[in-house]
Design a protein around this ligand. Structure first.
Ligand SMILES: [Zn+2]
Length: 506
């Protein structure tokens, strides 16, 4: 049985705080450099075998066992042995007794804020180390959480790895926790073995251990490993399946397919705040989405809710740097409303009400003389989430209409996002908004979204909307929405929300 201590938690989260935190692992600049392989010191090996000169392993196996307070890791190299392993500062704080498995002699932890375990004295193919996981709180922490009798661990805490590995490595992990179940975000090979992709060494992901409820679903051609932690809630297993199916199909309606072939879905029931899903985030090291749900919410409340759709839509987009949040958050915010209407989860009218209300909230969030571009660069400092998300959504709507109008309805922003998904979403690089806009203009074959975005980013972002509403025939008077079927661009408005997009599916 797993054992461990529980601490009281306190963290208020509300629907307004539901936001995406797609990001790389927190890493200080030096450790980023180490991860990039720029600081790999090839010091002479005084005691180890000299026959292996290749330092970028292709085969690495991790074996992990233990309990909720401590994990014991054995790491073996099937071929080349690296000069060192790298990890985060958090991993270094929790590291216990790194040793050569053959001799039992200690291995040295060096590097300060760019921690590394020196392997020059490794005499065999394996080393061992412990990971101190005591003190896991049941409040919200990024790297370690207790949820009832279960544990959620940021893989960064135990996944020490070479600075460089082969481009197509074979990296596996076997977990052995008697009496407990395990879910990692990577493809399974059997009950407790997972195959770690390269992105698993680069981006954040979680492993869950405990009395987990694990269900494997196929949704829109993808495999979802759905894990419920902590247990107690009203949402039934069948309700989860219907929820994930409707969410997945809504997202697939944009990209033409589910955005990733395999997804870990971590569901954590907690105290409610009036919405079925209280908070969501997406991680790319697996990939995975994590959803905090209201434990009192019932099955029907989850069908068509926006948070899971929003998080999954992110996975079809390239990873874009944080200061350019207007683009990923804006486009995803726009399509969160559009795809729910297209797939029948809500009406076009309710989608327009949500869009207009969101644009109003965004406009009310504008600060002084700043521009939308400024707000995006300082979004977290300014807490200008409504402005940036909805300002970006306004650019998405205006871009969509402009593209449809300029192509007599034959091309839509959907096509641009499908192109980005195919070309760039799985790339491990961090993109700028300019990179993405250039890619979209190149795809279109003409300057289209760059001039439109630059013009709007230099303003508060909302000035063009009233004129667009009139062209599309969208009116809100005294809280009453009217959709005018005789407006000049009614046909484009209808096309945006048509059950099957007018865009060319490829
Ligand atoms: Zn988001």
């Amino acid at each position: 049985m797993l054992t461990g201590s529980t601490r009281p938690r306190s963290r208020g989260t509300g629907p307004a705080q539901a936001q995406t935190r797609t990001r790389r692992r927190a890493a200080s600049p030096p450790s980023v450099l180490v991860r990039a392989g720029l600081l790999l010191a090839l010091s002479a090996c005084a005691h180890g075998p000299r026959t292996k000169t290749l330092r970028t392993p292709e085969h690495i196996t991790y074996s992990v066992s233990g309990d909720l307070d401590r994990w014991d890791v054995e790491l073996c190299f099937g071929d080349a042995r690296p000069a060192a392993l790298v990890g985060s500062e958090s991993a270094a704080e929790r590291l216990l007794h790194p040793r050569d498995a053959a001799s039992g002699l200690p291995l040295e932890l060096t590097g300060g804020d760019a921690p590394r375990i020196d392997l020059d004295n490794l005499t065999g193919p394996c080393l061992t180390y412990g990971v101190d996981l005591s003190g896991a709180g049941d409040g919200w922490r990024q790297d370690l959480r207790r949820i009832g009798d279960d544990l959620l661990v940021d893989n960064e805490l135990w996944l020490w790895h070479p600075p460089k590995v082969a481009s197509t490595p074979r990296i596996t992990v076997d977990f052995s926790f008697p009496g407990a179940r395990v879910s990692s975000p990577w493809p399974r090979e059997g009950d407790a073995r997972f195959v770690i992709p390269l992105v698993g060494l680069r981006w954040r992901s979680y492993t869950a251990v405990g009395e987990l409820e694990i269900d494997t679903l196929e949704v829109a051609g993808a495999e979802l490993e759905v894990v419920v932690m902590g247990g107690e809630r009203e949402l039934s297993k069948g309700g989860i399946r219907r929820w994930m199916k409707s969410t997945g199909e809504a997202v697939a309606s944009l990209y033409g397919a589910f955005p990733v072939p395999h997804l870990q879905v971590l569901i954590i029931p907690t105290q409610g705040y009036g919405s079925p899903v209280i908070f969501g985030l997406v991680e790319r090291g697996g990939p995975a989405i994590l959803l905090l749900i209201d434990r009192d919410a019932e099955d029907d409340e989850f069908i068509g809710e926006w948070v899971s759709i929003h998080e999954l839509l992110h996975l079809g987009m390239p990873f874009i740097q944080r200061r350019d949040a207007w683009l990923p958050e804006g486009f995803v915010t726009y399509y969160t409303e559009v795809v729910r209407a297209r797939t029948g989860l809500r009406s076009e009218e309710s989608a327009w009400r949500a869009l207009l209300s969101g644009f109003d909230r965004g406009a009310r969030d504008v600060r002084g003389d700043r521009s939308l571009g400024d707000a995006s660069r300082s979004m977290h400092d300014l807490h200008a989430y409504s402005w940036v998300y909805w300002g970006g959504a306004a650019i998405a709507l205006l871009s969509d209409v402009a593209l449809r109008q300029g192509s007599d309805g034959s091309i839509a922003l959907d096509d641009g996002l499908r192109h980005l998904w195919r070309c760039c979403a799985t790339s491990p690089r961090r993109w700028t908004a300019d990179d993405i806009l250039e890619e979209l203009d190149r795809w279109r074959g003409q300057a289209w979204i760059i001039p439109l975005s630059r013009r709007l980013l230099a303003t508060d972002g909302f000035d063009d909307l009233p004129r667009l509403y009139r062209k599309l025939g969208v009116y809100m008077v005294h809280g009453e929405l009217t959709l005018d079927g005789t407006a000049a661009l009614t046909h484009l408005r209808s096309a945006i929300f048509a059950p099957t997009s007018t865009a060319s599916h490829q």
